[in-house]
Write a protein that binds this ligand. Structure first.
Ligand SMILES: NC(=O)c1ccc[n+]([C@@H]2O[C@H](COP(=O)([O-])OP(=O)(O)OC[C@H]3O[C@@H](n4cnc5c(N)ncnc54)[C@H](O)[C@@H]3O)[C@@H](O)[C@H]2O)c1
Length: 278
């Protein structure tokens, strides 16, 4: 099956690398036309050329509303419509204890991770509401679902994306437009390789490291795993799904851990506490 996105036009922010690039490849392979936005211009341009005639690249810094608006408009001008908006661009951002986090690092992080998503939602919704169809996908994280899995600003922004997605779904549902977000655990991309190993190119070692700590023994998460989730949310196969946070996390946010969990071996029932107390 290679027509899951036939005739659809998709915009992907942060499309030059990692999950955004993996999604672009899958979207194109399923018949979509794709407009990529990123701040890595040379990489983005070369990648779009590699993807072929159904791909375009345009410089877009998601902290600038005018850039995001122009990216969305470029899709409509070039390909006639916008069916999928994938608000994906991101960074790890400010790291460290709350009492030493510089305010400008906090603001810079939220500007990219949250304000950038807001601009994407806003300008895509404008077209999709008129069109009466569309799918807005935004990138949250397991750090947006539970505490303790990411730095503070990252956690705050990714939680906000979950809330904003739910509110947006409530607003745009009546127009036939859907909004969902994706919450991955660490998957092997340049961002994670850089954060964990200090070398954004060492994807191989990142895969090994993630495989060791995975609840699915030996199975690391990859950019393709997340791109597959985005592909489903972009397609009409998810047509009755809106407001959802789709975890791609090997069960980490539902309690799965690497290795055997406690209480996994049979032992005779501990009845005494229930009969007469301990
Ligand atoms: N990799 C993971 O484990 C993981 C887990 C959960 C969530 N995420 C989220 O997935 C998204 C993609 O991350 P990735 O792992 O593919 O990282 P990546 O670094 O490979 O790709 C991110 C892309 O975003 C671009 N970008 C950064 N700042 C930008 C800006 N201001 N404007 C436009 N583009 C900008 C980068 O240039 C890069 O091409 C991010 O939002 C990230 O928070 C990633």
């Amino acid at each position: 099956m290679d027509d899951r996105l036939a005739d659809k036009v998709a915009v992907i922010t942060g499309g030059a690398s990692g999950i955004g690039a993996a999604a672009a490849e899958k979207f194109i392979a399923q018949g979509a036309k794709v407009v990529l936005g990123d701040i890595q211009d040379d990489m983005g341009q070369a990648f779009a050329e590699k993807l072929g005639p159904n791909a375009r690249f345009r410089h877009c810094n998601v902290t600038k509303e005018e850039d995001v608006e122009a990216l969305v408009n470029a899709a409509v001008e070039e390909f006639g419509r916008i069916d999928v908006m994938f608000n994906n661009a991101g960074i790890v951002g400010a790291i460290g204890p709350i009492d030493t986090t510089p305010a400008d690092e906090w603001k810079f992080t939220l500007d990219i991770l949250l304000n950038g998503v807001f601009y994407g939602m806003k300008h895509a919704a404008k077209h999709m509401k008129q069109q009466k169809s569309g799918s807005i996908i935004s990138m949250s994280s397991v750090a947006g679902v539970t505490g303790g899995l990411g730095p503070h600003a990252y956690c705050a922004a990714k939680h906000a994306i979950v809330g904003l997605t739910r509110n947006l779904a409530a607003e745009i549902g009546p127009y036939g437009v859907r909004a969902n977000c994706i919450a991955p655990y660490s998957v092997a991309t340049p961002m994670v390789a850089d954060a964990y190993l200090g070398d954004h190119t060492d994807i191989e070692q990142t895969i090994k490291m993630l495989a060791d700590e995975s609840p699915l023994t030996g199975r690391a998460g990859t950019a393709d795993d997340v791109a597959n989730a985005a592909l489903w949310l972009a397609s009409d196969e998810s047509g009755y799904t809106s407001g959802m946070t789709l975890t791609v996390d090997a069960g980490i946010t539902t309690g799965s851990v690497a290795g055997a969990p406690r209480f996994s071996e049979y032992k005779p029932i501990m009845r005494e506490a229930g009969n007469a107390g301990l």
